[in-house]
Design a protein around this ligand. Structure first.
Ligand code: AHR
Length: 509
């Protein structure tokens, strides 16, 4: 068993880790909205105004800061007026990206805003650039946020909602390099300025506008947007055209063509290949941050990783267009290592949204379409274990000694990932041991403040493939960890093989 030391200066808080990096994403895709969040008021599944009670309760424990909707690729096919007014009169459409199914628009703007209020989450509405007009986008924002008797505010009232909503986040299209219109970076950059111009701040609602950003390591895309993000030479609007630029990065062992890898049937080599791909997020974030630093050294524009997570082959027997996949301990460690990167780049990353919340890709919750049974995934537990990082100040973690590595596909993949933060006389240290078979021990060399108490939790499982099902809902669930001991330098922490551990510190002076 190897041992190394992690030095943490508890009295040197860094930038704030926005709680919004723990954001979520709900698309009209497969059973995410329909069956996942929305069952309709007449369903036997307990619901409030059509929204599943058990899903809301489970997600409230995660303190979801924001929810992105309605897509994804769906956003650039979506016309918001189809989703308001009496449900039985709403027009239908074909969801051509996801399963080629007919969408009846029963879940629309009012239902989404109701969901956000139930969750206590801030809405992140994604507008349509690919097939929508500037006027359509502008009127949606007016409909959502305007208080007086403007035409769209009056329409909202006629549809049953008097008060405007607050919509702090608005996306200017999605993946314009692909499903959102197959545009070049330069063409989209111009459109982003145009559309963003008409996304107005009504009354007290100030919109953080997010331009649709790059696929993975397409740094050119980010540069094209950074070049046009500001009104150069004009001091009249220091906020610029948009305040965020998004980034999408998915983890898979295969490629976009052919198999992406199996969600539950994989071996140790696949495990390490996954960790290599997951850890690539750090290189990609660094690359985009470097481009942004060159144009925006004051970090006024945020990097918004509004789609990330694992993407495996769909579960056998399910609609290939519905992207339903199981979720194992492996997915949990992909999540924990992503969060370490988001914490380290807190100065630049303003938001992130895992794809997606329920029943799609790396979900928090899986629901059974026949019985309605709900399962919390291993990924859910990482989000819950990390709530202490929300809006905390990041702390640098300096490693003394050699982090064990594993050679994978020509690269040495570090098998330990860590991050830390502090808030309110407490600190939270996250430690992921990515070694599938070997435990390890880490000494936390804690400096600068007195540690007056500690507790720890660990998430692990008998095998790398272990996952939760209705019959075994807690096969992967966090438990109190007793493998933490006082040490002359701070604490000594045992990390089981294939595990995620959080250590909470109580701090004195
Ligand atoms: O999350 C699933 C899809 O992945 C989204 O709709 C799209 O933006 C991305 O390609």
């Amino acid at each position: 068993m190897s041992s190394l030391t992690a030095v943490i200066d508890l009295d040197l808080p860094g930038p704030t880790i926005s709680r919004h990096v723990y954001g979520h994403f709900a698309e009209h895709l497969g059973r995410c909205i329909y069956g996942g969040f929305w069952v309709g008021e007449d369903s036997d599944v307990p619901n409030v105004r059509g929204i599943r009670t058990d899903v809301v309760e489970a997600l409230r424990a995660l303190r979801i800061p924001n929810l992105r909707w309605p897509g994804g690729c769906f956003a650039d096919d979506y016309h918001w007026r189809d989703g308001v007014g009496p449900r039985d009169q709403r027009p239908r459409m074909v969801n051509s990206h996801w399963g080629d199914v007919v969408e009846d628009n029963s879940f629309g703007t009012h239902e989404f805003m109701d969901l956000c209020e139930m969750l206590g989450a801030e809405p992140y509405v994604n507008g349509n650039v690919g097939s929508g007009t500037v006027r359509e986008m502008s009127e949606w924002v007016e409909y959502l946020t305007r208080a007086d008797d403007s035409p769209m505010a009056a329409l909202r009232r006629a549809n049953g909602r008097d008060e405007p909503w607050q919509v702090p986040y608005f996306g200017i299209g999605n993946e314009p390099w692909g499903c959102g219109g197959n545009m070049t970076a330069e063409h989209y950059a111009d459109l982003a300025r145009q559309y963003a111009t008409y996304v107005r701040n009504h009354g007290g609602n100030t919109v953080y506008k997010i331009a649709a950003g790059a696929n993975a390591d397409d740094y050119h895309w980010t540069e094209a947007l950074m070049k046009v993000s500001q009104k150069l030479g004009c001091g009249c609007d220091p906020r610029g055209f948009f305040q965020g630029i998004s980034l999408h990065y998915y983890t898979m062992t295969g490629g976009w063509v052919g198999s992406k890898g199996h969600a539950t049937q994989f071996d140790t080599d696949d495990w390490y290949a996954t960790m290599r791909r997951a850890r690539k997020i750090e290189e990609i974030v660094r690359g985009h941050a470097n481009v942004m630093d060159a144009y925006d050294p004051d970090h006024r524009i945020g990097l918004v990783v509004d789609e990330w997570g694992t993407w495996w082959d769909v579960e056998e027997g399910t609609n290939p267009g519905f992207l339903y996949q199981q979720n194992t301990l492996r997915d949990a460690l992909v999540a924990s290592t992503h969060f370490d990167v988001f914490h380290r780049y807190a100065r630049r990353i303003s938001m992130a949204n895992i794809a997606q919340t329920v029943n799609v890709l790396q979900a928090m919750i899986l629901t059974d379409p026949d019985t309605g049974a709900l399962v919390l995934t291993p990924t859910y537990h990482v989000f819950e274990m990390n709530t202490g990082h929300h809006d905390a100040s990041s702390l640098a973690v300096h490693v003394k000694g050699e982090v064990p590595t594993r050679a994978v596909e020509g690269a040495d993949v570090p098998l330990l990932s860590m991050s830390a933060s502090t808030k309110d006389d407490a600190a939270l240290v996250s430690l992921s041991n990515l070694d599938a078979d070997a435990p390890t021990t880490v000494v936390l060399d804690l400096r600068g403040r007195e540690v007056t108490g500690f507790s720890a939790r660990v998430l692990t499982a008998p095998t790398i493939q272990t996952h939760n099902t209705p019959d075994a809902p807690d096969a992967v669930a966090p438990v109190a960890h007793d493998g933490v001991r006082p040490h002359s330098r701070g604490l000594e922490v045992d990390l089981p093989a294939r595990s995620y551990t959080t250590v909470r510190l109580e701090l004195g002076a």
